[in-house]
Design a protein around this ligand. Structure first.
Ligand SMILES: CC(C)(COP(=O)(O)OP(=O)(O)OC[C@H]1O[C@@H](n2cnc3c(N)ncnc32)[C@H](O)[C@@H]1OP(=O)(O)O)[C@@H](O)C(=O)NCCC(=O)NCCS
Length: 217
């Protein structure tokens, strides 16, 4: 059975652990958090290890891959922590809870919960989260560090750049490019390519200001 270490001990770590254990294909051997968040010796019945203690094993032969499970509440932290862990030399792995089209190209540290649809000829970078019911249509290209909430819909040939938050029931229609750090609010429908680091609401979506990354969503 494959093994992994989960980085994080919050809501997303708990939820992903539930699905990993349900699928029963991978064994979670431990959890790790940055030292300032280390408050207990165990998490969900497994060892919880301060990051400074596992860091020395990065890149060694028997060290299992990490899955970084930092949630959407601080989008900047998700990106920064993932990059740091890679720079430290750890390998990371995906959690794939849905059946993906064979032609889908997938990077690493993506979390794809059950009932996600990723159509053929799509490309997905690193460190994205796809919540239940999200749907990515054919030939879309998703870069890295994005979050797709439940029932979000990404049209065919769409390009999603990096660090975007695509909220509940929102839609990006086909052939649109979504620039870095976009926040598309719940129920919004983005009908044209946009400017980076902005917040959009409504149908058709209108820009309503800057996207302050790290905002509590
Ligand atoms: C966009 C969002 C972050 C709110 O942004 P905000 O700037 O903090 O907005 P506020 O809550 O201050 O509301 C500002 C105004 O926009 C309206 N508004 C908020 N969200 C809206 C939305 N999604 N669509 C339309 N109008 C919205 C509010 O009603 C308010 O209107 P008012 O000024 O007439 O009273 C939030 O609505 C949203 O979509 N959150 C994402 C939820 C989600 O998908 N979570 C996933 C968790 S798994």
């Amino acid at each position: 059975m494959k093994k992994l270490i989960i980085f994080g001990a919050g809501d997303l770590a708990r939820l992903v652990s539930f699905y990993i254990e349900e699928l029963n294909e991978t064994k979670i051997i431990a959890y790790s958090v940055d030292d300032k968040y280390y408050t207990s010796e165990t998490y969900l019945g497994k060892p919880l290890i301060p990051y400074s203690r596992i860091k020395r094993y990065a890149g060694t032969l028997n060290t299992p891959p990490l899955l970084v499970t930092i949630g959407y509440a601080d989008m900047k932290a998700r990106e920064t922590i993932f990059k740091r862990i890679k720079n430290d030399g750890f390998t990371t792995t995906n959690f794939i809870g849905s059946k993906l089209a064979k032609t889908c190209k997938l990077g690493t540290n993506n979390i794809i919960l059950p009932n996600v649809q990723i159509e053929p000829f799509t490309e997905i970078g690193d460190n994205n989260i796809f919540w239940n019911g999200s749907h990515v249509c054919h030939d879309a290209s998703i870069n890295s560090h994005n979050f797709f909430a439940a029932n979000s819909l990404i049209g065919g040939n769409v390009i999603i750049k990096n660090g975007c938050f695509i909220a509940f029931n929102s839609t990006v229609i086909q052939n649109v490019t979504v620039e870095d750090d976009t926040l598309l609010g719940a129920g919004a429908v983005l009908t044209e390519s946009n400017k980076k680091n902005r917040k959009y609401l409504g149908c058709p979506a209108k820009e309503v200001g800057k996207n302050t990354r790290g905002i509590k969503l």
